[in-house]
Design a protein. Structure first.
Length: 86
């Protein structure tokens, strides 16, 4: 299992995010997990949803499924992973 790809909710996916997803695919991965950090800095729930949708699109464009998207805060605490049930 690959390490999760870390993405700041405040910045959204950047070119290194896409590179990390491509590397997972190149290594034979079939799914990717994301950790969305700094979610407490973003006051707009719709913006968080758009960032998550963009992450799903990046994964899909690269032939991967999303295992989970875990929301984390600036202080390092995490919430419940968002994704398909285990």
């Amino acid at each position: 299992m690959a390490d999760p790809v870390i993405v700041s909710a405040a910045d959204g996916p950047l070119p290194p995010t896409v590179d990390a997803v491509k590397a997972i695919k190149a290594a034979g991965g079939t799914s990717v997990d994301f950790v969305l950090t700094n979610t407490d800095v973003v006051d707009d729930a719709e913006l968080l949803e758009l960032v998550e949708l963009e992450l799903r699109n990046i994964a899909e464009e690269n032939g991967l499924t999303v295992g989970s998207i875990t929301r984390g805060t600036a202080d390092g605490t995490t919430g419940v992973p968002y994704g398909p049930p285990s």
